[in-house]
Every structure is written in structure tokens, then in C-alpha cells.
Write a new protein. Structure first.
Lengths: 429, 379
């Protein structure tokens, strides 16, 4: 017998949960009470155990995906079919519904807007698309509800004539359905080439990858990217950092170059508000941000995440260092929340910590710019007319050329370079 | 039956003035502890006179309660039961009290008292029914003098004092066990109940299960007092702070409190220092307000592990724990299935609140019956 286990409401009035980890695979025999999946909800992160013993024949949803309460999580063959047989059956059932398209079961993942937030967990930036979502549950008698359900009518679309607009038995009987829309499976824009499974390995996109893809394309399609490259000699900064590294370490903070770069960038943003803004074409206006919230791109095994240091202009180098480690730890542990990700006004991407000298960073849309930090290179430089060994930090600044002119971009990066080559000047502001 | 405990044979009615209570003054923040975390006896003088058989039964009761508790959380996560408050870590307190409580003694529980409810012969099926939202879960078939689970914080202690007064008035040989958590001590009801229990000298044993957290509020933010037991002083009651994860300490404290109350001396207050190992309820995630390190530290004091170590050291535990747990799981599953397949007479939600049903409720009940009829006819 087949048993479909629907995601239960394990809190009090939960609507959905996000899959963090599967503990079972198709074809696996399981015991009642055995953990199936680890899920994150608004209230808790918890394991969901199986209510039945049997064999898993289908798994719905992959890691990062949001499952509505009441939607299927797994299908279990309770008796009769075990082991290999179940696997064979599982392979058949898998054809039935590629997860994204089973609109009735899982729903289509859509971004909540043009926000450039990239969440590690699916805690908020993306939500399931729902058409005709009712504002609130309508009032109705139990009988009316049962009748509507019986007739497959959406009771929310029926106008009630009872007390306080309550839908009654009569309202159901008198209701004439108009324009009943049949949900059609969403059309794919490009039919994917079909490969044999010998040639390729198919893998479902994670929620985070879908978000990244959407955001990147969105940025490239909606802004006029222009990138400027520069080099800055930072021997003084290196000396300051080595000097304070230990004392920071004693305070449990790791001192990297990033806090200095954040500081320098914020100071420059204060001078060139064009870089700390966004364009509102719909209303023919500019939106200048009064806050300096520095988004930091962080590489994680699951993909790129961009948490935000709020009010970075009010923080000391020590506080910036602490905040950066806190956000990196959270990113690594997938503990970032929507709150950590939102309201960035400018972005830094420190790809040089891994490798790369110059890049053409993609703007974290709808922000106006992004500063890429390359790998520090030791190379000959000319100082006071003489050849010397220099420590050169390469910078790559991408701006939205619609709102930032070349001159402003150059002046902005010059100022940052000034601060970084002479760090004490930052204190003079 | 797994949930019944043998009563100890000894029967001391007269109050012994050599009280442990007097040697553990809460004002000095003393704590009664008899065995350490490794099961070593710290003070042989204080060791209660319990035979091996009783100790084994007590351990089994704790083990059964924990298994049932863990399974309850699992059932909830499977969507088969609603919100549930786990007792994990607090078993020693309740099982120690369960050894003393007699059929005619009263239990006024809050909502984290599964183990002593079982000792009072409430069935797991009934407890599961309660957490499935079924009114029948508060109608105890075998348990005598047990009040329904009480969610409004602190109100149960007023009931306990009131029942205590009626016992005294009717000159009955009965004792009331009232339970509350650390958070509950901040409620006015707590003070009112203790005040009148003191004034009237009623036979009530108040237990504060101090499990360190009122949902997410740590006990340090709950009171400025040196501990919770010291609150007894203001009400003129004997009070004691006990290591709630030490079964022997809990039993000794209860034994003395029980004899004291039963002999007509009045009420007592016991603060049982323990740790809620699980979440406040299944809707809570403790990792948001406490650290793993703290949990690990408290885990060393786990009441089951401690009693087990004591039994191992004294070579009185001979059973196979794996077999036992399987046996318990079968029993628990059986009771859960019974609860799950039980009918829910929905008329219950209309019937019990008023002697005379108000018009609005009559109208709702009529609507509901109309629905039932329609459903029947459709078949």
C-alpha cells in the first residue's frame, strides 16, 4: 500500500518549511519514527520522523526548497514491496512529476521582487507564487465549507449573504461558477536538450542557485555595467595590519584587510552619494541612501551569499572585523537570516582572497556599484623616481553607468586609493 | 503495569523534628544532594531507606517516562499530535513524588508532569488524547484525585491550596501535590496559594520544578532571590532546595515533606533544581537562547544516568536496557494507536462549559448537527 506523508504543521499555524537535509534516499527501508528530513520553519529547525515503516518510493523536493504544510514530503510503500522492487518502482514514479512543474503539488519558486538578496536558507527572499491568494479566510458554516469542497468550488470566491458576510448553504447552491480557470503547467521558454544519462548527470537546482541565477541575469539586463581597474600600493596598510593583528586576535577578532577597505569605501561613499544610490526610473527620480550598509559577498559550498554590515559608517575597525567574522561564520553554517541579507546599499567582493587580480564584478542590483578586491601582488613600483618593491592591491570597480558617470567613478576610486595607501588619513575624516 | 509503583512499607505518621529541611536552610543557599554525578553516595546518613527492588522500579519508571516523552515528541513531529511540552531531564523529581503519592492523595499538575501523572495511574492513552485536542484526555478512567493538565500558569496551585483546605476541613487523611515551574513563581497565583496554605496550615506539598527556563527567560531574570526555595520564608512555610536530578535527594525531601504535611503540620515548599533538556514545547527551539556547552554541562547531571551509575556501582541493575526500551516502545505505540483511533465526540466542545447552554452556543451546536446530518445522508 502506498502512503503519502504530507508535511505536517509542526508549529502552531505554520505555513511552510524549507528542506535543509534529506536523511533517506529512494528505495531505502525505514522504520516508524526514523528521521526522514531536516527542515527549517519560522519557529524551529527540526527532524521530521516517518509515521510509518516501509520503503521510500518517492521524495518530493530537494535541499533548499520550500514545502507548504500539507504538501507531500515522501511516499512510502508500507507493505509488500521492498528493496530492489521498490527502487524499480521508484524509478517509474520519478517520471511523473519533475518537481518544479508540479504546480499543484509544490508550486513554482518565484522571487519576491527585484531584491538582490541571496539567502543561504530560503527563509524569506523567495516565496511560492500563488495566484488569487485570498486576503483572509472567509467566514462560512461547516456545512457550506463541506459542500464547497465537495463541488470543488473555491469558497473564497463566493459572496456570502449570511451574518457578517458568512457563506451559507444557500450561497453554495446558488453559486454559478464563471470563468473557472484551469491551472496549466507553466510553459518552459527553452526546451532543454535531452541527453542520455550516460552522457550527463542531472541534478536539481538548489533554491540558492536559482536565486543567484535570477539575480545575476536581472542585474546584467537592467543596468549599464562599466568597470574601472586600478592599483594601489598598500605597504603602510600592511604594516598597520601586522602591528595590530595580535591585539585583535586577543580580542577574538581576526584582522584582515577587509575592515580597512570597508572603512575606506564607506568614507568615499559619503563623498560620492551617487555610488550609494539607486535609480527609480518608474518615478523619474533618484533614491539616495542615508545609510551605509555594506554588503559583503561570501563564497560558501552551496553558492554565493551576500550578507550586509548595517550602518558600517558607525563601526570601528575592531567592530567591523568582528561583524565580518560573525557573518562569515553564519554563512558557513547556513545560519544567515533574511535580516542579515537585506538593505545593502553597496557591495564589496573580495575574490582576491581566493585568487584573481582583476574582475568585472556584477552589480548587486538595484545598487549603483560594486568594488572588487583582487589578490595583493608584490611587484616593482616606482617610488620617488626610484624602483622599489611594492605591495599592490588591484581594485575593480563596476558601476551602473546610467547613474554614475566615468568621472565620478574615477574620483570615487581615487579617494578609496588615497585612504588605503595612507590609512592614517581615514582617521582625519 | 508499567506505570504503577509499589508504596514503601514504612509508615511514620508523627512529624520528626530532626528535619533535613532544617539542615538545608535556603537562606544560605544550601542544596540537598545525596549522590554525585557519578552515582557515588556523598552522605550515607542522608540516604533514604529504600530496598533494591524499589530503586529498580523507580529507575524503570523514569526510563519509561523518558521513552514515552521522546516518542511523544516524535509523534508530534509526524503531525499526529499537537503542541507537546517535553519533560526530558525532570523525571527524578516526579518519580520520587510518585513513590509516595497514594490513590487518595491529590495531584494538581501544571503541564510538564507526565511521570507523576503516570504514577497516579493516568494512562498514556489519556495523555496522548489530551495533546490531540480530545476532551476525553482529561477524563481519567483509572486515576483518582488528579486534576486535568493546567496550562494557565500558576492557577493550579490555588486549586491545590483549596483542596488542601477541604481535606483539613473534612479531617481526611490526604495530601495534595501541587507543581509549578520556575517561571510560574513570578505569577501572583503562586504567592496567593502559598500565603493561604501557610495561614491555613493545609496538607499541600508545593514543588517548583526549576528547569532554568520559562520558555526562553532564564531563571536569573525571573527573580532577585538567592533561590526559589527561599520564597517559603515569607509565607512561614518550611522550604528546601534539592538537587532535582538526584533521585535519592528528591525522595528524602519528599518523604519528610509528606510526613510533615500528613501529620497536620501544614504545607511545605520544595525547589527541585533541574534542567529542561528538551524544548519548552514542540513549537520552541532552545538553540536560539542557550548554548550547546550549557546543555552538555547539565547533561552530566542527568537523573537517569546518575541513578544508573549508582545501580551499576552497587550491582543491582541486571536487566537489558535495549530489550526494555523495545518493550516500552511497543507499549507506548499501542497506547498511541488507541488514542489515534479513538473517536472524538465533537459535542464535547459545547457541553461542558455551562450548566445552562447560552443561545449562541446552542445555535453553533445546531449548525454542527446539521452538518453531521448532511454528512451522514451523503454516504
Amino acid at each position: 500500500m502506498r502512503y503519502i506523508f504530507n508535511f505536517p504543521d509542526i508549529g502552531e499555524g505554520l505555513e511552510e518549511g524549507t528542506i535543509l537535509q534529506w536523511y533517506v534516499v529512494k528505495g531505502q527501508a525505514i522504520k516508524a519514527g526514523q528521521a526522514l528530513v531536516n527542515m527549517e520553519t519560522d519557529k524551529i529547525v527540526t527532524d521530521i520522523p516517518s509515521p510509518k515503516a516501509g520503503t521510500i518510493v518517492a521524495i518530493y523536493g530537494s535541499v533548499g526548497e520550500t514545502i507548504k504544510v500539507g504538501s507531500p514530503l515522501v511516499e512510502i510503500e508500507i507493505e509488500g514491496v521492498f528493496g530492489a522492487e521498490a527502487v524499480a518502482e521508484a524509478k517509474e514514479t520519478i517520471k511523473i512529476e519533475p518537481i518544479e512543474e508540479s504546480a499543484s503539488v509544490i508550486g513554482t519558486m518565484e522571487l519576491a521582487g527585484n531584491s538582490a538578496i541571496m539567502a543561504a536558507s530560503d527563509e524569506g527572499p523567495s516565496k511560492q507564487k500563488q495566484d488569487d491568494k485570498p486576503v483572509a479566510k472567509v467566514l462560512a458554516t461547516p456545512l457550506a465549507r463541506a459542500m464547497a469542497k465537495d463541488l470543488s468550488l473555491d469558497i473564497n470566491k463566493i459572496i456570502g449573504t449570511g451574518p457578517s458576510g458568512r457563506v451559507t448553504k444557500e450561497d453554495i447552491q446558488n453559486f454559478k461558477p464563471t470563468n473557472q480557470k484551469i491551472d496549466s503547467v507553466q510553459k518552459r521558454e527553452q526546451p532543454a536538450t535531452v541527453f542520455s544519462t550516460d552522457e550527463v548527470t542531472y541534478e536539481q537546482l538548489s533554491q540558492i542557485r536559482k536565486t543567484i541565477a535570477k539575480n545575476m541575469l536581472n542585474s546584467k539586463q537592467n543596468t549599464a555595467h562599466m568597470t574601472l581597474f586600478e592599483e594601489v600600493e598598500i605597504s603602510e596598510l600592511i604594516a598597520i595590519r601586522s602591528k595590530f593583528k595580535q591585539s585583535f586576535s586577543d580580542k577574538n577578532a581576526k584582522l584582515t584587510y577587509l575592515p580597512f577597505i570597508v572603512k575606506a569605501t564607506v568614507l568615499a561613499l559619503k563623498k560620492y552619494r551617487q555610488l550609494n544610490s539607486q535609480l527609480d526610473l518608474e518615478n523619474d527620480r533618484m533614491i539616495y541612501k542615508n545609510r551605509y550598509n555594506m554588503a559583503i559577498a561570501i563564497d560558501t559550498p552551496e553558492g554565493l551569499v551576500v550578507p550586509v554590515i548595517k550602518n558600517a559608517d558607525t563601526l570601528s575597525i575592531l567592530q567591523l572585523a568582528q561583524k565580518i567574522s560573525e557573518l562569515s561564520d553564519k554563512a558557513r553554517d547556513r545560519k544567515l537570516t533574511l535580516e542579515d541579507m537585506k538593505d545593502g546599499t553597496f557591495t564589496l567582493t573580495n575574490y582576491g582572497s581566493i585568487g584573481g587580480i582583476y574582475a568585472t564584478p556584477v552589480i548587486n542590483y538595484p545598487q549603483a556599484g560594486i568594488l572588487g578586491i583582487g589578490r595583493i601582488v608584490t611587484k616593482p613600483v616606482v617610488k620617488n623616481g626610484e624602483l622599489a618593491v611594492g605591495n599592490v592591491l588591484p581594485l575593480s570597480l563596476s558601476v551602473d553607468h546610467r547613474i554614475v558617470d566615468g568621472g565620478d567613478a574615477s574620483r570615487f576610486i581615487n579617494l578609496i586609493m588615497g585612504y588605503l595607501s595612507d590609512p592614517v588619513s581615514m582617521m582625519m575624516e | 503495569m508499567l506505570n504503577t509503583l509499589k508504596q514503601p512499607k514504612e509508615k511514620i505518621i508523627k512529624y520528626n523534628p530532626e528535619m533535613i529541611f532544617e539542615n538545608f536552610d535556603p537562606r544560605e543557599d544550601k542544596i540537598l544532594r545525596i549522590i554525585d554525578n557519578d552515582g557515588n553516595v556523598l552522605d550515607k546518613e542522608l540516604m533514604p531507606d529504600l530496598d533494591d527492588e524499589t530503586i529498580i522500579k523507580a529507575y524503570k519508571s523514569m526510563f519509561f517516562a523518558r521513552t514515552a516523552d521522546e516518542m511523544a515528541v516524535s509523534y508530534q513531529r509526524q503531525g499526529r499530535m499537537y503542541t507537546y511540552p517535553p519533560i526530558n531531564g525532570q523525571e527524578a523529581i516526579q518519580v520520587a513524588a510518585g513513590l509516595l503519592i497514594r490513590e487518595n492523595d491529590w495531584l494538581a499538575p501544571a503541564f510538564r508532569e507526565l511521570a507523576i501523572m503516570l504514577a497516579k495511574k493516568v494512562t498514556l492513552k489519556e495523555i496522548f488524547l489530551y495533546y490531540m485536542g480530545n476532551e476525553q484526555g482529561s477524563k481519567f478512567e483509572f486515576a483518582n484525585h488528579v486534576l486535568p493538565i493546567c496550562v494557565p500558569i500558576g492557577s493550579q496551585l490555588l486549586h491545590a491550596t483549596g483542596i488542601g483546605y477541604s481535606i483539613k476541613y473534612q479531617k481526611k487523611d490526604e495530601v495534595v501535590f501541587g507543581f509549578i515551574g520556575d517561571g510560574g513563581t513570578s505569577e501572583g497565583d503562586f504567592s496567593e496559594a502559598l500565603n493561604f496554605a501557610g495561614v491555613w496550615q493545609v496538607p499541600v506539598i508545593f514543588t517548583i520544578q526549576n528547569n532554568q527556563y520559562a520558555i526562553s527567560v532564564p531563571v536569573q531574570k525571573q527573580t532577585k532571590s538567592v533561590n526559589l526555595a527561599v520564597k517559603s520564608i515569607a509565607f512561614g512555610l518550611p522550604g528546601i532546595k534539592v538537587d532535582g536530578n538526584d533521585f535519592f535527594a528528591m525522595y528524602s525531601a519528599y518523604k519528610e515533606a509528606y510526613d510533615y504535611a500528613r501529620a497536620g503540620n501544614g504545607a511545605v515548599l520544595i525547589e527541585a533544581l533541574t534542567y529542561r533538556k528538551g524544548a519548552h514545547t514542540t513549537s520552541d527551539d532552545p538553540s536560539k537562547y542557550r548554548t550547546k556547552e550549557e546543555e552538555m554541562e547539565w547533561d552530566k547531571t542527568d537523573p537517569l544516568k546518575r541513578l544508573k551509575k549508582y545501580m551499576d556501582k552497587n550491582e543491582i541493575w541486571k536487566e537489558n536496557e535495549e530489550e526494555l526500551i523495545e518493550k516500552y516502545k511497543l507499549e507506548i505505540d499501542k497506547q498511541f494507536s488507541e488514542a489515534e483511533t479513538a473517536t472524538y465526540p465533537l459535542s464535547d466542545i459545547f457541553d461542558y462549559m455551562y450548566t445552562e447552554m447560552p443561545e449562541i452556543l446552542k445555535k453553533q451546536k445546531a449548525d454542527f448537527e446539521l452538518f453531521q446530518t448532511w454528512k451522514e445522508n451523503r454516504k
